[in-house]
Design a binder for this molecule. Sequence first.
Ligand SMILES: [Fe+2]
Ligand SMILES: [Fe+2]
Length: 451
Amino acid sequence: MKKVENFIIYLTSSIRTASYFEKGSKTFDTHIQHLWNSINQFFKEQGSLKIKISSYYIFVNENRFNISIGIIGAYRMLINELLGRGISGVTFNQDVSVNDIKEFIFIIGRSRLSSKSYEEIERLIEKRGIKGIEIERKGDEEITTEGAGSLRRAAIAGFLNSIFYLKDAMENVRLGRSINVTRARKIIRNFIDMVTQDEFFVIGLTTIKNIGSYTLNHSVNVCVLSIAVGLKLGLNRRDIAELGIAGLFHDIGKVDIPDEIIEKPEPLTEEEFEQIKKHPYLGAERVILLKGMKNIPAFAVRGILEHHIDYNGKGYPEINIDKPSLFARIIRVVDTYDAMTTPRVYQKKPYTPENALKYIISKKGEVFDPIVVDAFVEMMGVYPPGSVVELDTGEIGIVISPTTVVIIDKHGKEISRTEDIYRIVRALTPEEAGIDPSIVYFALGTGPEED
Ligand SMILES: [Fe+2]
Ligand SMILES: [Fe+2]
């Protein structure tokens, strides 16, 4: 895996360096040398090296590369750099020389970001006598891989950036350093704006699961869903912003619990469960004591402390309160929903959105606040955003609006759309369908501008 990651990083950094350093410069040469070494590793083990971009995923020698948190930046940049110039694939053959690579990267780095650049790049490759590198033109279907309005682009960028932010923040919390709460507030304001403008789409982004680590991606999902429920319940913007803070940091107490326990595939021992049960308390304590967290109001802290307390007062930690606070009751619902619909080491088969909602409804008034459940269920609908569904024709699709299903092939590429939602026969889990719905959201959020 490291080999592929390094290659992506060196390729991206070389293209970037070429755009502002001269060909003879030492900096450019250093980047090319790294790239050359990493390409040679592939030659040694696999003979050749081909990268291909399809449906917003990068395939390296036909294997889909799984994004990890450390590489999201380089990954997105590479896709934009190549697709932006009309290129969807590059093959390096074994007869390529370091000089060919240098010339090629220089051509790419210095060409404009425009699909018209493709012809120019092809012409220059020939003119400079570069051998052993072939490029592939982005197909028409790639270009129409549906439309991102600027809001959708911003939403997906904001979503991924917030995962980045939280990774740093959790690391700082672990080390007892202060964290940048102003940035968290900015992220949350941004989420509130986005949910207000395109609720269905933004909620659908929570089908993106396990980027970085479970706790990171899950915390961002809980934050987004809490904000959406807050809006539905008619809370004012100031309160929703604090609710967002509670959602984003609700599991921050897990920094004090060893990963072996959090990610343990087998059932927990009693002792281990006792430790897990401490995370709401530890989280609240961290938020109160940490520098930088001082201006977080008490009701956000209560949201964190009480997010595992049931509506009827059961759950943990055992504290003497009548009822958990409103923020905690909201987080209790969306937290359960996101956890149930996410694949985990001990939950290989997650619930479909539909079945998770059924479970939540079945515990209404006991575990979950009835008003919050009603608002949540109304917001999610029968087939929540990002649901994988089977149509009456046997085709598979993803629900992207209350009335639109995007029909996709087995690679997640859009084939067509239907507005006839009565054609839906049933919902599937992503695992059953062999389709990750987030692939469609990546495509929606990164394709060309829609008019
Ligand atoms: Fe939790
Ligand atoms: Fe949680």
